[in-house]
Design a protein around this ligand. Structure first.
Ligand code: GUN
Ligand code: ZN
Length: 435
């Protein structure tokens, strides 16, 4: 088998477009489907009977019948260095950063610690069916090396960058405008574009960077083709008021980033809760994306993201776990909470829209939809194998679910890491549930 041709058989579901705007035509579903993989990429997808009848008899087929095969999940906002402070009690954003986050991130000055956490983090993503992530590292350049190395070993799509932070933080976590720029530059040269790894310029948020650092972050983002930029905006009302004081000349919090050239294609802003329509239009016009982080927004009491308005104004939106302010690595649990956030705003999230958000929508928000996000021929064969009967309750509730929509909804409400039977990266098994 020189071309490394192999196939998986099971119920297959993927999206060709956004079901919110394209309806049923956006969804392709094969109750008994075959996904044919050549050299780690999708060769063909279709009904199993039809494809098997014309394929050479010696093509190996992994039998996942009874399971649901979806494109690998895309987590558009997560902090690998906050893995160990997930579930820390009692604070909203600014106090939570001081009390839990900064001390945890300080430990990443030790490359051994960074390596150990990076290994755990990548395994935990795969255990949850996540094959692509846009992640924050810490201010330490070696923390970026550790995450890229762990992802490289597993052949995952990973985008990360060194946090730039030169004020309003403990001095053991502070860089300088010039030093942060130079260190980022060196990391870009070392990692950006290597295998499936890409670099993101990472000013933490406007409050922890001086105007000089903001200027240099914008410059870096403009200097290298294909770079990402990730930050936080308009998450918490106290934070918004603070940024207004720090940058009195800006029209809004988002406008601070705009003034420093930090809005554009492949720029991704977590939260975007306290924006107005001028901000939203500016994001849509520049091609900047939102990462909607429901478990984090509820956990820190930050507020409710207006998904409906973002959609009306044509913003790119992906979904993020935002661990460690987020409370789960599971994209299923994150979709569950997204549904509830929309409920609180009088909006509805269909199961199809939810799974689109976690796959093709996330890929689109990261400008990666030419490579990942669905099973069109030529796409990278990252996929997740979901067990619809992973727990007694899931199995029982599934019996009463008639339509595909109902089954998907039950899966996103009741599913979690136990529902992930296997995760494949570039065709190969990267995680398999024991037993
Ligand atoms: N704003 C600035 N830094 C952070 C962070 O680490 N987590 C969250 N949720 N918001 C932030
Ligand atoms: Zn975050």
């Amino acid at each position: 088998n020189p071309a490394d041709l192999h196939a998986v058989r099971g119920e297959i579901l993927h999206f060709l477009a956004d079901p919110a705007s394209h309806g049923e035509a956006a969804i392709e579903h094969f109750a008994d489907g075959l996904l044919l993989i050549r050299d780690g990429h999708v060769a063909e997808t279709g009904p199993a009977g039809e494809l098997l009848a014309r394929l050479p008899a010696d093509v190996p087929v992994t039998d996942y019948r009874g399971k649901l095969i979806l494109p690998g999940f895309v987590d558009t906002h997560i902090h690998y260095a906050q893995t160990d402070i997930i579930a820390s009690h009692g604070e909203q954003l600014l106090a939570w950063l001081e009390k839990y986050t900064f001390p945890a991130e300080a430990r990443f000055a030790d490359p051994e610690h960074a390596r150990a956490v990076a290994e755990f983090f990548c395994d935990e993503l795969l255990r949850n069916g996540t094959t692509t992530a846009l992640a924050f590292a810490t201010v330490h350049a070696t923390s970026v090396d550790a995450l890229f190395e762990a992802a490289l070993k597993r052949r995952m799509r990973m985008i990360t960058g060194k946090v730039m932070m030169d004020r309003h933080c403990p001095d053991f976590l502070r860089d300088t405008a010039a030093g942060g720029y130079a260190e980022s530059q060196a990391l870009i040269e070392r990692w950006h574009g290597r295998e499936r790894l890409q670099y993101a310029v990472t000013p933490r948020f406007a409050a922890t960077s001086t105007p000089e650092q903001m200027r240099l972050a914008g410059r870096l983002y403009a200097e290298h083709p294909g770079l990402y930029l990730q930050s936080h905006v308009a998450e918490n009302r106290g934070e918004v008021a603070w940024v207004a004081k720090l940058y009195p000349e800006a029209r809004s919090y988002l406008d601070v980033y705009d003034r420093f050239g930090q809005l554009g294609m492949r720029s991704v802003y977590a939260h975007c809760i306290w924006l107005d329509d001028t901000d939203r239009r500016r994001m849509a016009d520049t091609g900047a994306a939102v990462s909607f982080c429901p478990t984090s927004n509820l956990f820190l009491g930050s507020g409710l993201f207006d998904f409906g308005r973002a959609r009306e104004l044509g913003l790119r939106v992906g979904i993020g776990t935002d661990v460690g302010a987020g409370t789960s690595f599971s994209m299923l649990q994150t979709l569950n909470e997204a549904y509830k956030v929309l409920q609180l705003g009088g909006q509805k999230l269909s199961a199809a829209s939810a799974f689109h958000l976690a796959t093709l929508g996330g890929a689109h928000s990261l400008y990666l939809d030419e490579r990942i996000g669905n099973f069109l021929p030529g796409k990278e064969a990252d996929f997740v194998v979901l067990d619809p009967a992973a727990t007694p309750l899931l199995a029982r509730r599934m019996q009463g679910a008639q339509t595909l929509d109902e089954r998907l909804f039950v899966l996103m409400m009741l599913g979690d890491d136990r529902s992930i039977a296997a995760t494949h990266v570039l065709g190969r098994v990267a995680w398999q549930r024991p037993g």
